[in-house]
Write a protein that binds this ligand. Structure first.
Ligand SMILES: Nc1ncnc2c1ncn2[C@@H]1O[C@H](COP(=O)(O)OP(=O)(O)OP(=O)(O)O)[C@@H](O)[C@H]1O
Ligand SMILES: [Mg+2]
Length: 237
């Protein structure tokens, strides 16, 4: 694991709404996550996990505070660039609870969707997609449709898709929620491998305590603040 920062936030606050509809979700949160780390994010439903990921992913603006992605300060009480979409495309990979593959495109074309939007060379994106499918042991499925793959296989495709743009950061919102125990462990081990081999910082939301031992650190949202579980160390790899 390198000591280079991938994500740093300082004094981050997020609330929604006004008056009776006001909800204070995150208060005065500060932390740093380095490249190469797999960090679990654990908190009860409604505590603000998705909200935090959406801010780190430049999808939703904080109410106040500062965000760095890598060495680049991207938010300081306002977005510091008009091109948040570009930052997102270049630096961030998203994985969700449902795999969200496009049902009418085969596997390799699902992977190539984003690079096409990024105007990457066609040949290059195909080669990259094939390399990733091989890495995830699903190379023979490139022409299959998502409906012909199992839940676990589709989630592997979704992880491969998140890696198509060589992200520095992967934000995974309950990537194992739809999978059984064995498939969940596969997915988490795979995320661990990506983090360490490709020096990517990964935040993975999970409700499953059994997944925590595969993660480097456990981050919690408590009383609207972010705390790290000091007791936690990676026990099994
Ligand atoms: N766009 C929004 N407008 C108003 N309130 C919102 C909005 N998005 C989220 N919230 C509120 O912010 C709080 C945190 O929601 P969030 O979705 O981040 O929780 P979560 O920890 O991801 O929960 P879960 O485990 O159920 O996915 C909730 O009280 C939610 O109602
Ligand atoms: Mg959520």
């Amino acid at each position: 694991m390198s000591q280079e920062q991938a994500i740093k936030i300082e004094a981050l606050n997020k609330s929604f709404g006004k008056g009776d509809a006001f909800v204070d979700v995150i208060q005065d949160a500060s932390f740093t996550i380095n490249k190469g780390e797999l960090v679990a994010l654990v908190a009860p439903s409604g505590a603000g996990k998705t909200t935090l990921l959406m801010m780190l992913g430049c999808v939703d603006a904080p109410t106040s505070g500062t965000i760095w992605l890598g060495e680049e300060k991207v938010y300081d009480n306002k977005w510091l660039t008009k091109e948040t979409r570009k930052i997102r495309r270049e630096k961030i990979g998203f994985i969700f609870q449902a795999h969200y593959l496009i049902p009418f495109l085969n596997i390799i074309d699902n992977l190539r969707l984003l690079p096409q939007a990024n105007k990457t060379d066609d040949k290059q994106s195909k080669a990259k997609a094939r390399e990733l499918l091989k890495y995830f042991d699903i190379a023979e499925k490139e022409k299959a449709m998502p409906s012909q793959l199992s839940g676990g296989q589709n989630q592997r495709v979704a992880i491969a898709r998140a890696l198509m743009n060589d992200p520095e950061i992967i934000l995974a919102d309950e990537p194992t929620a739809a999978l059984d125990m064995a498939r969940s462990i596969d997915v988490v081990k795979m995320l661990k491998k990506i983090a360490s081999e490709q020096d990517v910082a990964i935040i993975m939301v999970t409700h499953d305590e059994r997944m925590l031992k595969y993660c480097d650190r456990v981050m919690k949202i408590e009383n609207k603040g972010i705390v790290f579980d000091d007791e936690h160390t990676t026990k099994i790899l």
